[in-house]
Design a protein around this ligand. Structure first.
Ligand SMILES: Nc1ncnc2c1ncn2[C@@H]1O[C@H](COP(=O)(O)OP(=O)(O)OP(=O)(O)O)[C@@H](O)[C@H]1O
Ligand SMILES: [Mg+2]
Length: 269
C-alpha cells in the first residue's frame, strides 16, 4: 500500500440475486492487482461470499468486519484491513452475517444512515488505486451506503437468464436518487455475465440491456465452470487456467477499467 493521489471507488451492484456481482468483484480485483494496481475489496454483503473466496479467515472468526466497522463509534479501520489474502495484491475488509444487524441499527443510531460507510472509509482515500465494493442483492441501506461513496458503478446482468433485466428500472431510479447526495457517481456500464452469443436469450438481453442502460461494458463474460472452481479453490481464474476464455475476458475488463479511469498498468505480472 503506497501513498497515492486519488482512489477510485467502484461499486458493483444489482439487487437481483446471483447475477455475478461477487464474481465480478473478485476476478476484476485479481486482474487489476496483476496489472500492478493496489486494490482493496470491501465486502458489504452479509452472505460474505467475496470474503470466503479471497480471505484466509472464515468471516465468523474475523473480529472487525464491515459490520463492526459500521456499528462502532471509534475508528476500527486499522483492525478491519487485511492485506494477507488468497489473491496476491488484493486487500480485504471482510463481510459477515452481522451486516444484517448493522444495517438495521444504522437507521436507528445514525443521523445520515446512508453515509456511514463513507465516513468510516474516508481515511483510505489516496491509499489504494482502486477500492471495489461488493453489495448484497438488495437496494436497502447497505447498497445505498456503497453508492453514496462510489465514484463509479458497474451493474452486472445475467445474460443467460430471461429474468436478467428484471427490476432494472427500480435500480436505475435508486441510482438517480443517490446521485442527489453523490453527484460524482459515474455509471461505467452494465456487464453481461454468463453470456453466450449463440443463445437467443443472451442476444435479446444484450439488445434490451443496451436500450435500458445506454452503456454496456465492451467485455462480455462467458459461462464457464472455471468460475465456480476458482471460488471453491479460493484462487483467481488466472491461476486456475490462464488460457481459459473467461480468465482472458476478466483481464480485458481490468484493462478497460484501467484505461477508462486514466490509470497506468504495469504489464508483465
Ligand atoms: N461466468 C460465469 N459462468 C458460470 N458461472 C458463473 C459465472 N459467473 C457467476 N457464476 C456463478 O453464478 C453464481 C452467482 O454468481 P455470484 O455469486 O457472483 O452472483 P451475486 O450477484 O454476487 O449473487 P448474490 O446476489 O447472491 O450476492 C455463483 O455460483 C457463481 O459461481
Ligand atoms: Mg454476491
Amino acid at each position: 500500500m503506497s501513498e497515492l493521489s486519488e482512489t477510485r471507488w467502484i461499486v458493483v451492484a444489482n439487487h437481483k440475486g446471483g447475477c455475478g456481482k461477487t464474481t465480478t468483484v473478485v476476478n476484476l480485483a485479481a486482474e487489476l492487482a496483476r496489472l500492478g494496481l493496489s486494490v482493496l475489496v470491501v465486502d458489504l454483503d452479509p452472505q460474505a461470499n467475496a470474503s470466503m473466496h479471497i480471505g484466509k479467515l472464515h468471516p465468523s472468526e474475523v473480529e472487525v468486519t464491515c459490520a463492526e466497522l459500521l456499528a462502532s463509534e471509534v475508528d476500527r479501520l486499522p483492525q478491519a484491513l487485511h492485506e494477507d489474502t488468497h489473491i496476491e495484491g488484493v486487500s480485504l475488509i471482510y463481510g459477515s452475517l452481522a451486516l444484517g444487524r448493522a444495517e438495521d441499527s444504522l437507521k436507528e443510531h445514525t443521523a445520515r444512515p446512508s453515509e456511514e460507510l463513507k465516513a468510516k472509509l474516508a481515511p483510505l482515500d489516496g491509499l489504494y488505486d482502486i477500492v471495489l465494493i461488493d453489495c448484497p442483492p438488495s437496494l436497502k441501506l447497505l447498497t445505498s451506503n456503497a453508492l453514496s461513496l462510489a465514484t463509479h458503478l458497474i451493474i452486472p446482468i445475467e445474460s443467460g437468464s430471461q429474468y436478467g433485466l428484471y427490476g432494472v428500472t427500480d435500480l436505475l431510479r435508486h441510482v438517480d436518487k443517490i446521485k442527489r447526495i453523490n453527484p460524482k457517481l459515474e455509471f461505467m456500464g452494465a456487464l453481461l455475465i454468463k453470456h453466450d452469443e449463440r443463445q437467443t436469450v443472451c442476444k435479446l438481453i444484450e439488445t434490451a440491456a443496451n436500450e435500458q442502460f445506454g452503456k454496456l461494458l465492451p467485455v462480455k463474460i462467458p459461462v464457464s465452470t472455471k468460475v465456480n472452481q476458482a471460488a471453491m479453490g479460493q484462487m483467481s481464474l488466472h491461476s486456475i487456467d490462464k488460457n481459459a476464455r473467461v480468465a482472458k475476458e476478466f483481464r480485458k475488463l481490468a484493462e478497460y477499467v484501467i484505461e477508462s479511469l486514466g490509470l497506468t498498468a504495469i504489464e508483465g505480472k
